[in-house]
Design a protein around this ligand. Structure first.
Ligand SMILES: [Fe+2]
Length: 293
């Protein structure tokens, strides 16, 4: 029997009663979707799955995004390109060295973000499987962008209603001083436009579409835009909007990138193995018209 227990008043719930190793029935898929629409983050404990099973499970929730490991060439990847390898391992399965380029890029996951907001069609669900989980963290934190939107005053809601932001990996990584992009990477990471306020297609609830990938607001001077975005992220990530996930081995955690931001906390990644593997499904379409090239 499927059971869902909320983990905070706003966001996050624990779902039991589904075996992710097996093909899902239509009612199981519907139960997960309904749980996601309500809680935005679902934790399915004890899911001892293979890569193949993770892919099959993920395909229930939309087409998969590929090339999530931006910044690394295919020959440098440990996992097939359909996975985002969020581990601290290099292509040979060893702990990545301090100066490893993938590690450098992944440090931006410690900033509040939504996955793939830098793509024209941004992500729907991220599905993260905890294969090897250290005893000492790191936690992943999730912030509820619906509750954060609801808590804004009427003046701010009116001001942001039609704003459009530009998102790029160049901006998020640049915040940490990572600027070593190859010319072809700069083309691949060209900013894309996303609405700042989006409406969930099922629930109709509005939410803030925020991320550290944002580099400006269209039509605004850039410093003014970034100061405002910083204020909004600070507002939206107050503890009252946040669920802190303390990982256990074989947790499968699903979050809706349309309604949440997240970040991973710091840990001793040069000495302790953490193997977590993400699959990502696409949302319905762009949230904003793109700039004509
Ligand atoms: Fe992420």
């Amino acid at each position: 029997m499927i059971e869902i227990h909320p983990l905070t008043p706003h966001i996050g719930a624990r779902l039991t009663g589904i075996d992710v190793r097996k093909p899902l029935s239509a009612s199981e898929v519907a139960a997960i979707d309904a749980g996601m629409d309500k809680h935005a983050v679902l934790v399915l404990p004890g899911q001892d799955i293979t890569d193949t099973q993770q892919l099959a499970f993920s395909r229930n929730f939309g087409p998969l995004e590929e090339g999530a490991n931006s910044g690394a060439r295919d020959s440098e990847l440990r996992l097939p390109v359909v996975f985002a390898d969020v581990s601290n391992l290099d292509k040979d399965g060893r702990i990545a060295e301090r100066s490893n380029k993938k590690r450098m890029a992944a440090l931006a996951n410690r900033l509040w973000h939504t996955d793939a907001s830098f793509r024209v069609i941004p992500a729907r669900y991220s599905i993260l499987s905890g294969r090897i989980i250290p005893n000492q963290g790191p936690n992943t934190e999730f912030a509820d962008m619906r509750a954060a939107y609801d808590a804004l005053d009427a003046h701010t809601k009116a001001e942001i209603e039609d704003l459009v932001c530009e998102h790029s990996l160049i901006y998020s990584r640049g915040q940490l001083g990572f600027t070593e992009f190859l010319p072809n990477e700069r083309v691949a990471m060209r900013p894309v436009r996303q609405r700042l306020v989006r409406i969930h297609p099922v629930t109709g609830r509005k939410s803030l579409f925020l991320a550290s990938h944002i580099g400006t607001i269209v039509g605004w001077p850039r410093p003014e835009a970034m100061a405002f975005i910083r204020d909004l992220i600070e507002h939206a990530t107050q503890p009252r909007f946040v669920y802190v996930h303390k990982w256990k081995p074989l947790d499968l955690v699903i979050w809706d990138n349309r309604t949440t931001m997240h970040r991973v906390r710091r840990f001793d990644d040069l000495n302790i193995v953490r193997d977590v593997r993400r699959t990502t499904t696409k949302s319905d379409g762009p949230t904003a018209a793109q700039e004509v090239a």
